[in-house]
Design a protein around this ligand. Structure first.
Ligand code: ATP
Length: 253
């Protein structure tokens, strides 16, 4: 990876770019993953590169859902494995969720490399190598494990494609997504749509996991039943509008 000086004003963003590029070189991330990262970066600019109020509201409900689930699963793709392997492993640990590799551009080598990457970051078991069940999809993301995504009641699918998200919701699962684009099909389909950068969202969710684990079950149930995804998404769009207004005002003076 290229050395990025810590005092560079765009340090976080440049580091993320280096990580995804390194992921491609290592064979973990698909070349198309670079385009997803670029699209994410542009939305992050519009959001102001911060976790907004609506993101934190969704993250809290998402962690409550993971903690209350019978079989929570975190789905990992090549971008997630390149950007935040230690963070998905930590979130799985704190919430008791399983990890499963699930790829649109699936090759057995990539699945193997991602599993190794997660293991190197502390994961004990990672599903995805031996899919024995299928979702009703025509692409490789249909391949899942019966004791993982297939039977999960709550699934966290960071950086998802809209298709599979829709299918998982149709199957009656609580689907949590992390996607900086509040307009994507994924964000519109999910049960809990977190409009935040993957790295920031996972950091917030790990902290919330530690905090909410101490709460009574009724409190967690309340966080989920009072959560309104349409409200969260519409606030995410309003937060972008508000942020853009402040940027316009800055230019006027
Ligand atoms: P959809 O089918 O949901 O409309 P899409 O075609 O936009 O999805 P992809 O190209 O697979 O989907 O991109 C994945 C999504 O992930 C994009 O909306 C992008 O904004 C978002 N994204 C990319 N990188 C990050 C990141 N680091 N953090 C959060 N979101 C990200």
């Amino acid at each position: 990876m290229t050395e990025i000086p810590k005092d560079h004003p765009r340090y976080e963003s440049l580091i993320a770019r280096e990580k995804v590029t390194a992921g491609v070189k290592m064979g973990i991330t698909s070349i198309q993953g670079l385009i997803s990262q670029g699209r994410g970066e542009s939305f992050d600019y519009l959001i102001g590169e911060r976790s907004t109020k609506s993101a934190l509201y969704a993250e809290r409900a998402a962690v409550a859902a993971l903690l209350l689930a019978k079989n929570p699963v975190i789905s990992v793709n090549g971008n997630v494995a390149a950007l935040a392997p230690e963070k998905v492993v930590a979130l799985a640990d704190v919430t008791g969720a399983k990890l499963e590799v699930n790829l649109f551009h699936r090759t057995e080598t990539r699945v193997h490399l991602i599993i190794e990457q997660l293991r190197a970051n502390g994961a004990s078991e990672v599903l995805g190598k031996n899919p024995d069940a299928s979702l009703e999809l025509s692409h490789a993301r249909r391949l899942v494990e019966s004791r993982g995504i297939y039977s999960a009641d709550v699934v966290l699918v960071p950086l998802e494609d809209g298709d599979r998200c829709e299918k998982l919701v149709e199957m009656g699962k609580t689907v949590i997504t992390i996607d900086l684009n509040p307009l994507s099909r994924t964000s519109r389909m999910a049960t809990i749509s977190i409009v935040d950068n993957l790295t920031r969202a996972l950091e917030n969710m790990i902290k919330l996991g530690v905090e909410l684990k101490k709460e009574r079950k009724e409190e967690l149930v309340k966080l989920i039943t009072t959560y309104d995804n349409k409200r969260a998404l519409s606030e995410a769009i309003s937060e972008i509008q508000e942020y853009l207004k402040t940027m316009t005002v800055e230019l006027e003076y």
